[in-house]
Design a protein around this ligand. Structure first.
Ligand code: HEM
Length: 81
C-alpha cells in the first residue's frame, strides 16, 4: 500500500471550496471529495463539511453508516491527519 502524506487540520481547513479543492476528514484520514460533490445523493448538504470533519454530520445523517458509503469515501483518500 502506498504511504499517504500527513496533513495538519490547518491545511485541511484551507480546502473548503470547489476552486481550492474540497477536503474533509474522517477517523484520522483526509479525503479530497472535490469530484464527489456533484455526485452526492444528499445534494449540497455535503458542502457543510468542507474543510472539516464528517463525524458530526454523519452522526445526524445515519444513512452514511453503511459499508457502501465508506467504500465511496475510500476512493477519495489523499492523506492522514
Ligand atoms: C446520502 C455519501 C457527506 C447528507 C448519501 C448517500 C451517500 C452519501 C452514498 C446515499 C446513501 C444511501 O442511500 O444508501 C456521502 C459522502 C460524504 C457525504 C461520501 C462525504 C464525503 C454528507 C454530509 C451531509 C450529508 C456532510 C450533511 C451535512 C446526506 C443526506 C443524505 C445523504 C441528507 C440522504 C439523501 C436522501 O436519500 O434523501 N450520502 N455523504 N452527506 N447524505 Fe451524504
Amino acid at each position: 500500500t502506498p504511504a499517504f502524506p500527513v496533513y495538519t487540520q490547518e491545511e485541511v481547513s484551507k480546502h473548503r471550496t470547489l476552486a481550492d479543492g474540497m477536503w474533509v476528514t474522517y477517523k484520522g484520514e483526509v479525503y479530497d471529495i472535490t469530484d464527489f460533490v456533484a455526485l452526492h445523493p444528499g445534494g449540497s448538504k455535503i458542502l457543510l463539511a468542507a474543510g472539516g470533519a464528517l463525524e458530526p454530520f454523519w452522526a445526524m445523517y445515519a444513512v452514511h453508516n453503511q459499508e457502501h458509503v465508506l467504500e465511496i469515501l475510500n476512493e477519495y483518500k489523499v492523506g492522514k491527519l
